[in-house]
Design a protein around this ligand. Structure first.
Ligand code: AMP
Ligand code: MG
Length: 410
């Protein structure tokens, strides 16, 4: 038996970051940047108003109150999107909209609510005079040029998984397309005579294929493309044919679940070996001890265990790091904390990934297992929010003992 770490290292040595291409912003969500983004501009681009109001000279409105307003001549109207032409002199004000450039001479903006013009409609004509009800601080309600972003400032590092707000700032900087890595393409096959796709009638002795949709979802969550090949029965020619079809879709990885055990009808191993090479490892872990990894016609291949919990855990432990290596993501997707056991548990000495609920109590993470840990009990994973990792060699774990917990969500 080999260790989890050794299997991970052997697997990773077969993967390299994929090639880069330029994509427009509307196709960039969830993609991974292959270059840092450095701002070429300052932002705000110009001093602008953060409110709808009146641009004034602070000195003019020093004594303004609602009881004794200051009256100013309104000499300009500045909508957003237009540069002001007039400079504001003593005793003058300009009506200004949010985002509009602040005119020369003005050093503050008084909100429309602090004037006698607060019930105006957008198209209402420009008043000749405005009553100001309060004084202003220097620069009040003015967003100064360059206060948020400077030219040369690092905005997004290489390896960023682009989020909606990242797309927004790229557009703000005037960047219309970005270099991103190609998404890994992952072909998946569910194998087993007993499997029926959800939505189809279930005959006696059959079960629904849960690994196929679950693995597809895990692949999508890892921002990769899924190529679903469906279910293949336990027949040599059928398995051969579906692997050939999988290869024709030009995937970066092929993943199958089940059919790699010692069962009499497990044909996957022989099919992969007939057109490539196969490493079949017994990994010192629970669940997921049997793991096949190999190369089928130059395409890396994972043979995951059939039991749904084992398939899930093996994906996270072995497949996900390989997908991340190809996509070049810099983000740490594995969220690992330390949690202490609420109840004592037994382990069998293998590195164990137990399904648990982790909760924060009095500032400390506490972990409780979600029912029986059979590798066929997918409900234990549905109820869990974490995998509790019991290291190899540990068998008795008293209440209060601390272990690593791998949270499913941040
Ligand atoms: P095997 O590796 O073919 O011996 O399968 C191990 C166990 O996993 C058996 O109980 C299978 O019925 C079950 N199994 C295999 N594939 C799937 C699947 N796609 N969905 C749900 N259960 C599966
Ligand atoms: Mg089977």
């Amino acid at each position: 038996m080999i260790s989890v770490q050794s299997a991970q290292q052997r697997i990773l040595s077969h993967f390299q970051p994929l090639e880069t291409s330029l994509v427009p912003l509307d196709g960039a969500l969830g993609r991974i940047l292959t270059q840092p983004v450095i701002s070429g501009i300052h932002f705000p681009l110009f001093d602008n108003s953060s409110v709808d109001g009146f641009a004034v000279r602070m000195e003019d409105v020093r004594t303004a109150t609602s009881a004794h307003p200051v009256t100013l001549d309104v000499v300009a109207d500045i909508p957003a999107g237009q540069m002001p032409e007039k400079v504001i002199s003593t005793g003058q004000a300009a009506r200004i909209m949010t985002g509009a450039p602040v005119p020369g001479g003005a050093d503050a903006v008084i909100m429309v609510e602090d004037t006698d013009c607060h019930d105006r409609k957008i198209d209402s004509h420009l008043p000749e005079k405005v009553h100001i009800y309060r004084p202003a601080n220097s620069g009040e309600n003015i967003r100064r040029s360059g206060t948020d972003i400077q030219p040369g400032q690092a905005i997004l590092p290489n390896g960023t998984l682009l989020r909606p707000q990242d797309i927004g700032i790229l557009a703000l900087l005037g960047i219309a397309s970005v270099p991103v890595r190609r998404k890994p393409r992952v072909a998946i096959i569910s194998s087993g005579d007993e499997l029926v796709s959800a939505g189809m009638p279930l005959l006696p002795g059959k079960i629904y294929d849960s690994n196929g949709p679950m693995l597809a979802a895990l692949i999508q969550k890892a921002e990769c493309e899924v190529i679903s090949l469906g279910v293949v029965p336990d027949r040599q020619e059928a398995v051969q044919e579906i692997f050939a079809r999988a290869a024709q879709t030009r995937p970066d990885v092929i993943i199958s679940s089940a059919g790699v055990g010692a069962g009499a009808f497990d044909y996957i191993k022989s099919v992969v070996e007939s057109s490539g090479s196969l490493n079949f490892w017994k990994v010192n872990m629970r669940p997921g001890k049997p793991l096949a990894f190999g190369i089928y016609r130059d395409i890396p291949f994972f043979g995951l265990p059939g039991n749904p919990v084992s398939s899930y855990v093996s994906f996270l432990v072995f497949v996900q790091p390989a997908l991340e290596r190809m996509s070049g993501i810099a983000l740490k997707t594995k969220i690992s904390i330390r949690a202490s056991l609420v109840e004592p548990i037994e382990s069998d000495g293998r590195e164990s990934y137990l399904r648990a609920i982790v909760q924060l109590r009095n500032g400390k993470y506490q972990a409780m297992l979600t029912g029986h840990q059979g590798s066929g009990n997918l409900f234990s994973t549905v109820q869990a929010n974490a995998l509790l990792v019991i290291p190899a060699g540990v068998t008795t774990c008293p209440a209060g003992a601390e272990f690593e917990a791998w949270l499913f969500e941040p």
